[in-house]
Ligand binder design. Structure first.
Ligand SMILES: CSC[C@@H](O)[C@@H](O)C(=O)COP(=O)(O)O
Length: 365
């Protein structure tokens, strides 16, 4: 990937607008060699920063979903690889960074941004820890800038007063900044288009009900949370104009892995003739995977289905069981939507058709 120019970086800083309590935050950043991450497991009830002084702490943050979402995972993984390079100075340098690379790559299997970032920062780390840190920072800046560009391109598909359905959270929390699926909504509403968003709750971890809703509320975007099983009925009743989601990995033929539940929304959208756009930076496209069926789908712990955490009447966070004690649950984290159900992929370099030819042209740009 091309390094972000000083001009682009300055532009980004001037136009940054993802704010919490009037202060601009990224979802992940590095200060010295300590990685800072917004603790997403506590949102929307508590806003807290998790500090990761060692690369293994950053790995833990990715594994336990303190940070989550393809772009944020990519940013965190890039910084983890840079942290490892500094830690490696005290050890057999090459052995240490090799092991660290494997450890970081083992944190989560589906989001391609993680592998994309680790590969690039590892290559830089072969030169020096300083080069690794520089590369990691460039990747984080590029991810934020990509979100802004996706927002500008995505704005073009949104009519005034459009009603958008989104699934999971692909807003700025899921990236370094700006986000993918919510970025077009942010840009369109800045331009006065009055977009309304339906946020699927997105069980089992409820990223839609918790994170997307929190983001939209903070940005003053009109929205409603809907139960996961409500979307098709809303489509049938003409309440949804367009679907926009993020992506965790896009295969070379345009098949899209995204949060579990995306596939059924895409099928319903096709049935009702509603356009379905996927938003993603180029770092989410895996050119080595010919089709989506080859994408590794993460199997997560069944407790995510059984339990949920939220505030009780005293505003203390409490975890409660939701399901029949004694029953098992199955918890695949992602599904694959075939390219034939996707209207277009909105990237930082424009909107493309979801097919092999368009993707290979895009990757050469
Ligand atoms: C920007 S990532 C795409 C999203 O729609 C979604 O699948 C996601 O946020 C990833 O899931 P998560 O398991 O929360 O890391």
């Amino acid at each position: 990937m091309k390094p972000v120019s000083d001009k682009l970086r300055a532009y980004f800083l001037l136009t940054a607008f993802m704010k919490v309590n009037k202060q601009h935050y990224r979802s992940v950043w590095i200060d010295g060699t300590t990685v800072h991450l917004i603790e997403q497991n506590l949102l929307p009830f508590k806003f807290q920063i998790y500090k990761a002084p060692k690369y293994t702490d950053t790995c833990k943050a990715i594994k336990t979903m303190i940070t989550r979402g393809a772009g944020a995972i990519g940013g965190a993984a890039a910084f983890a690889m840079a942290q490892a390079a500094f830690e490696a100075k005290l050890h057999d340098y090459i052995e240490f960074i090799k092991t660290a690379r494997k450890t970081i790559e083992a944190t989560r299997p589906t989001a391609y941004d993680l592998f994309y970032s680790v590969e690039a920062v590892y290559a830089a780390a072969l030169n020096s820890p300083e080069a690794a840190l520089k590369k990691a920072q460039e990747l984080a800046d590029a991810n934020a800038a990509a979100g802004k560009a996706i927002g500008e391109y995505g704005n073009e598909i949104l009519d005034k007063n459009a009603k958008v359905l989104t699934h999971c959270n692909a807003g700025w929390l899921a990236f370094v900044d700006y986000g993918s699926a919510l970025a077009p909504v942010y840009v369109a509403n800045e331009k006065g288009k009055n977009i309304f968003v339906y946020a699927d709750e997105t069980r089992p971890r409820s990223q839609g009900a918790r994170l997307t809703a929190w983001e939209l509320h903070n940005q003053g975007i009109p929205h409603a949370i809907i139960a996961d099983n409500a979307a098709a009925s809303l489509m049938q009743n003409g309440k949804i104009d367009v679907l926009i989601t993020g992506a965790d990995r896009i295969a070379a033929n345009g098949d899209v892995a995204n949060k579990i539940g995306t596939l059924e929304k895409a099928i319903a959208a096709k049935y009702y003739g509603i356009p379905f756009y996927v938003t993603a930076p180029i770092s989410t496209i895996d050119p080595n995977l010919p089709e989506g069926t080859k994408i590794t789908i993460e199997d997560r712990n069944e407790d995510e289905v059984h339990y949920a955490t939220g505030p009780n009447a005293n505003n203390e966070l409490q975890t409660i069981r939701l399901t029949n004690p004694g029953s098992h649950a199955i918890n695949p984290a992602f599904d694959v939507t075939p390219a034939a159900l996707v209207t277009g992929i909105i990237t930082e370099k424009g909107i493309i058709e979801p097919n092999e030819k368009a993707i290979s042209v895009l990757l050469k740009k």
